[in-house]
Design a binder for this molecule. Structure first.
Ligand SMILES: Cc1ncc(C[n+]2csc(CCOP(=O)(O)OP(=O)(O)O)c2C)c(N)n1
Ligand SMILES: [Mg+2]
Length: 564
């Protein structure tokens, strides 16, 4: 018979059974037995400054490794703070497990201090929510949590741990390591897919979603190359292909290259491998019309329930990404003479789209943000990880940075602000040997900028670039389009970000002009390497530079001319 262990010890032992080495969180007295068991474990507990930051770090960990990101938080207040990360993991299909200390069973249901019913609170934004009421069942619940978080379409699981359950002693054996389960395409489906492709004139492959790994991405890139297929990536999954790959033709998201949108509309076959086909990836259901697209559509997804949810595709294949990639890598090459020429055309469209926009010259702008991205690209290794949250500043990365391949991009498809800094810090902790550059808006930075303290504490030497335009730019942009010249609720009076960074123990510099940026970046990179401490560069620029294509003034005038 196994020895008697506390609930807290059983939780930590179960995590170790499943290979966990790194976890994130904010402590609470609600889970002291877990904290105590961690004391003698090999698990590294990264202590965050706010649960939103902790949950975003767990999401970033899940995206980077494919293993569930683990986050520990306390009852009601901790859990509510962490919810943004759970929602993001759900929308982004990221494996994650959130453990919450819960009110003991002696007081539960009395609206005890900080009590919330997590099943109801997290029900719509997690794959599975449960409460473990008996210490003997902790190994079973945790094994299932790992199983659920990683199988099919990955996502978040929430487990509540009542105080008395963590304190209780139980004799129970450990489980085995979990085994993620994914579907595979059948031989019949593969031969049908091949027939559709053979009959096509203008096929296009669209990649997205999670449960990929380096080999699967390589296999799909090779499949595209051998068959001369144009390869696009869905919104914020643009690192599934090395962007320098000859077949990569651009990302399908907000502010899509109009030529790429037209190319998808004109395609006669779209093979969507992995993405959910939501409005960000379909131009609000215009590039692919719902429920029946004009193009022939083959939708391949890891979740059977995602297939047919919106699109009644011509073929729907339930498959994991590794499984479909392996299957496609063995497919006999097709005669590509009908479409072979389109790859170079589409690549040329992408390259033209990535040229310097005219706006900086037009506006006589001292700081050229396109040049900023070029400078970053030229001075960092190909495996650099770029992170960002929501905001118009992200466009400069998405459109002009050429991502170096699998897991060089961490960005929330949920469009959550506040993701940039925690994901950057987590990336640097997971991969200390890689360069990490975080793009943050001035609004966005303030939502989780406190995690700079976490970066300093754990010596995570990332570079943070704050795009300070003095406003919630995205909302101001929409405001000018709908209600021109009526600025309301979108202005920001900011602290001195560089001075603030120095107060945290990071380096901090302000850049006002293009010439200042390259030396500032060199100093920041040197600082991160020499001291393993973060560096922040604040870019101060005129808020009129809102998009690469049009200034705020132009948008205002267009709206006024349209009678708004
Ligand atoms: C948590 C959260 N709150 C609010 C929003 C709505 N929102 C989207 S972008 C944006 C403004 C972002 O401002 P900033 O970070 O300064 O970037 P900018 O657009 O100015 O470049 C807001 C408020 C959001 N997406 N997420
Ligand atoms: Mg801003």
């Amino acid at each position: 018979m196994s020895i008697s262990r506390s609930g807290g010890q059983l939780v930590v032992d179960a995590l170790q059974v499943h290979g966990v080495e790194l976890i994130f969180g904010v402590p609470g007295e609600s889970y002291l037995p877990v904290l105590d068991a961690l004391h003698d474990s090999k698990i590294r507990f990264i202590i965050n400054r706010q649960e939103g930051g902790a949950a975003f770090m767990a999401d970033a960990y899940g995206k980077l490794t494919g293993q569930p990101g683990i986050c520990f938080v306390t009852r009601g207040p901790g859990a509510t703070n962490a919810s943004i990360g759970v929602h993001t993991a759900y929308q982004d299909s990221t494996p994650m497990i959130l453990f919450i200390g819960q009110v003991g069973n002696d007081f539960v249901e009395r609206e005890a201090f900080q009590e919330i019913d997590y099943r109801r609170m997290f029900g719509p934004m997690a794959k599975w929510v449960a409460q473990i009421d008996r210490a003997e069942r902790i190994p079973e619940y945790i094994a299932r949590a790992f199983q659920v978080a990683t199988s099919g379409r990955p996502g978040p699981v929430v487990l509540a741990l009542p105080e008395d359950c963590l304190a209780a002693m139980a004799q129970v054996a450990d489980t085995r390591h979990y085994t993620p389960v994914q579907a595979s395409p059948s031989a019949t489906q593969l031969s049908q897919l091949r027939e559709h492709l053979a009959a096509a004139q203008r096929p296009l492959v669209l990649l997205g979603g999670t449960s990929w790994d380096t080999l699967a991405c390589q296999r799909i890139s090779d499949f595209a190359k051998i068959n001369h297929l144009p390869l696009a990536c869905a919104f914020r999954f643009q690192d599934l292909v090395d962007n320098a790959h000859p077949n990569y033709i651009g990302d399908v998201g907000i502010g899509i290259n109009p030529k790429l949108a037209q190319r998808i509309k004109d395609a006669d076959l779209v093979i969507a491998i992995g993405p959910r086909l939501g409005e960000m990836t379909t131009g609000g259901y215009t590039v692919l019309e719902a429920p029946i697209a004009k193009q022939k559509l083959i939708h391949i997804h890891s979740d059977a329930l995602e297939l047919g949810r919106v699109y009644q595709a011509d073929m729907m294949i339930n498959s994991g990404m590794k499984e479909i990639a392996e299957a496609l890598s063995t497919m006999a090459p097709l005669d590509a003479s009908a479409w072979q020429h389109t790859v170079a055309q589409a690549k040329a469209d992408l390259q033209a789209w990535q040229q310097e926009p005219a706006i900086f010259a037009q506006e006589n702008a001292p700081l050229n943000l396109w040049q900023v991205v070029q400078t970053i690209q030229a001075n960092t290794p190909d495996d650099t990880i770029i992170t960002n949250g929501a905001g118009n500043y992200a466009t400069w990365a998405h459109r002009y940075y050429r991502y170096g391949g699998f897991r060089t991009q961490l960005a929330p498809t949920s469009g959550a602000m506040g993701y940039s800094v925690p994901s950057g810090v987590a990336a640097k902790i997971v991969h200390p040997e890689r360069t990490v550059i975080t793009f943050a808006g001035d609004g966005e930075y303030m939502m989780n900028g406190q995690e700079l303290a976490t970066a300093v504490q754990y010596k995570a030497g990332l570079v943070i670039i704050v795009f300070n335009n003095g406003m919630f730019g995205t909302i101001r942009m929409h405001q000018e389009k709908e209600f021109p010249a009526r600025v309301s609720g979108t202005e920001l009076h900011n602290p001195d970000f560089a001075a603030l960074a120095r107060a945290y123990g990071a380096s901090g510099e302000v850049v006002n002009s293009t010439e200042e940026f390259a030396p500032a970046l060199a100093r920041a990179l040197a600082h991160t390497r020499q001291y393993q401490l973060p560096a922040l560069i604040e870019l101060r620029y005129d808020g009129n530079l809102i998009t690469p294509g049009a200034s705020l003034q132009t948008l205002r005038k267009m709206a006024q001319d349209a009678g708004k």
